[in-house]
Design a protein around this ligand. Structure first.
Ligand code: AMP
Length: 546
């Protein structure tokens, strides 16, 4: 017997429409290059997104057509999220930090028909446009007076939407229709596309906007620092209107001082981003002797949150850290570190700190397993390591038009291979050991580069750390530690680094080589480019015997 409930499709547009109807007065505050701080309400954004929808329809864009963005986090990007998906077209967010060849590949692979770009990215488009034959229109995200000189035949966004009145109802269609597209910025090979649907996005938003996952409460002031071109800014632009959160979109300046000032000025209470961003925020806050009084929760993900960072947020600024894990292929959220009440009540502060360094519990909607090389499930005992595989309604069932990538991406039973090595404990708390390609295999045993990095950033005078496996004649691979010192004229001594690590990790994990660099290379999403470091240090241990 079937239930007797209506089968209304889950539409992305309904998230913003609800924001406009129920929390219409809540603000969307944007920092826009050349325009300063711009304020709207959800009511305004819904109206403007509808104007955009009408303009796109007038330009011949309809169901399944791809509309690309090359833009920072601001209100126009938010309108594009809703205006494009709202009419059944596909919002393809592109990372502007990609190399021109990768941009060309992605735009052509997605067959984007329109691209909407921040003025500062026009030179980039000028460089690649001749190689993107399917692109029909360039819309520049600015007002007419802010349009820079360009050789391109470009339309100004405010003129594009200004010709329409926004008088329309959002259409309803199949909730499984494609809504948005994001390519993984792999460090090797061509990027691969994750194609989200209305259903997957709405379900993800319903899960992500809960206190048990992101600590979100109604009346929150939410600031996604994670870019809107990277996995939908972890879903915040979709769940903020649902809970009536004031949304603060920080624009292009993501340095410590700019973020600090914005947090103070707008009383930001919940924010999300990668560890590198928070290193800079904490450094600035420390330097000015400031506070983070308004900030209740900081969501840290994308790479492991170092213990020292968790302590500083929590002990020095009383900001709760939620350590989360996810992937482009997972919309992105898979786990989040809001401690279950029974664990809060039965553990000491130190035990809770240990748990917070792990990647949190699986969230509703995501099934997780760790499996061995033969795809056999391994116990959830907190120690057995294996390949982390996942399944659920906001996890890809296939890469977009990429059969080669699909071949290796799924188990025989259809679980998605995350490429991460992990443990799960009896409370289903996930701990990442490493990316399968980053784990160091020394004498047949695994050394976790993540664990080593987490300890190394706690060394006094160290700002950032990276650990890579380097070929070694005797052991196969040995760890090499690369440190960025706070003061490059006065780095910590190698002996002090070894002494520090020696008391915290197994002796055989202590790196064979410690190198200092002024900067560690980062990829387009802020992650350390280990492939570059591996190349640079490839022969560093050549001839070493022990
Ligand atoms: P992306 O698709 O670019 O977001 O990258 C996803 C990958 O980032 C994951 O498979 C992990 O390897 C890594 N990652 C994400 N969150 C974390 C975290 N909290 N700790 C460690 N690694 C993470």
């Amino acid at each position: 017997m079937k239930g007797l409930m209506q089968n209304a499709p889950l539409m992305i547009s309904s998230l913003l429409q609800t924001g406009a109807d129920v929390f219409g007065g809540s603000e969307v505050v944007s920092v826009v290059a050349g325009e300063g701080v711009v304020r709207h309400t959800y009511r305004d954004i819904n109206q403007r997104a509808k104007q955009l929808a009408q303009a796109l329809g007038d330009a011949g864009i309809g169901m399944t057509d791809r509309v690309a963005t090359l833009a920072w986090n601001d209100h126009r990007h938010l309108e594009i999220y809703y205006g494009v998906s709202g009419i059944g077209a596909v919002c393809h967010t592109i990372n502007p930090r990609l190399f021109p060849e990768q941009l060309i590949y992605i735009i052509n692979h997605a067959e984007d028909r329109i691209i909407m770009v921040d003025p500062m990215f026009l030179p980039l488009i000028e460089k690649i446009i001749d190689n993107c034959p399917k692109l029909e229109k360039i819309v520049v995200l600015c007002t007419a007076e802010n349009l820079p000189d360009t050789v391109l035949d470009a339309v100004v966004y405010e003129d594009f939407i200004g010709a329409f009145d926004g008088e329309m109802e959002w259409p309803e269609f199949d909730e499984n229709a494609a809504s948005s597209l994001c390519y993984t910025s792999g460090t090797t090979g061509n990027p691969k596309g994750a194609l989200y649907s209305h259903r997957s996005t709405v379900l993800h938003a319903l899960m992500a906007g809960t206190p048990a996952v992101t600590g979100t409460l109604t009346g929150e002031t939410m600031m996604p620092v994670v870019p809107m071109f990277h996995v939908n800014a972890w879903g915040q632009p979709y769940y903020a209107p649902l809970v009536g959160a004031k949304l603060v979109l920080p624009g292009p300046k993501l340095d410590g001082e700019s973020l600090y000032n914005l947090i103070q000025a707008e009383s930001v209470s919940n924010t999300a981003g990668v560890p590198t961003i928070w290193l800079n925020l904490l450094k600035h806050t420390r330097e000015v002797g400031g506070n983070l009084d308004s900030l209740r929760n900081v969501i840290i993900g994308g790479s492991a949150a170092p213990g020292a960072m968790i302590r500083e947020f929590e002990d020095d600024y009383q900001t709760n850290v939620i350590h989360a894990w996810g992937m482009t292929e997972m919309s992105p959220l898979g786990s989040a570190g809001v401690l279950a009440p029974h664990l809060m009540h039965s553990t000491s502060a130190e035990e809770q700190f240990e748990m917070k360094q792990k990647q949190g519990h699986r969230v509703f909607g995501v099934d997780m397993r760790i499996v061995n090389d033969d795809e056999e499930p391994q116990p959830h005992d907190g120690t057995t390591r294996g390949h982390l595989v996942v399944r659920g309604p906001w996890i890809i069932s296939s890469y977009y038009n990429n059969h080669d990538a699909n071949d290796k991406a799924f188990t025989k039973e259809g679980w998605f291979y995350t490429g991460d090595i992990a443990t799960l404990d009896e409370n289903n708390i996930l701990q990442l050991v490493d990316r399968s390609k980053d784990v160091i295999k020394s004498g047949g045993e695994w050394i976790s580069s993540i664990d080593l990095e987490n300890e190394a950033v706690g060394i006094p005078g160290v700002v950032e750390a990276a650990v890579i496996g380097v070929a070694h004649d005797k052991w196969g691979e040995r760890p090499v530690l690369i440190l960025v010192p706070q003061d490059s004229d006065n780095p910590p001594s190698e002996d002090s680094v070894r002494d520090f690590l020696g008391t915290r990790i197994a002796k055989w994990w202590v790196p064979d080589l410690i190198a200092f660099k002024d900067e560690i290379p980062h990829g387009a999403t802020g992650k350390i480019l280990k492939a570059e470091l591996r190349e640079e240090f490839r022969d560093a241990l050549a001839g070493a015997t022990d």
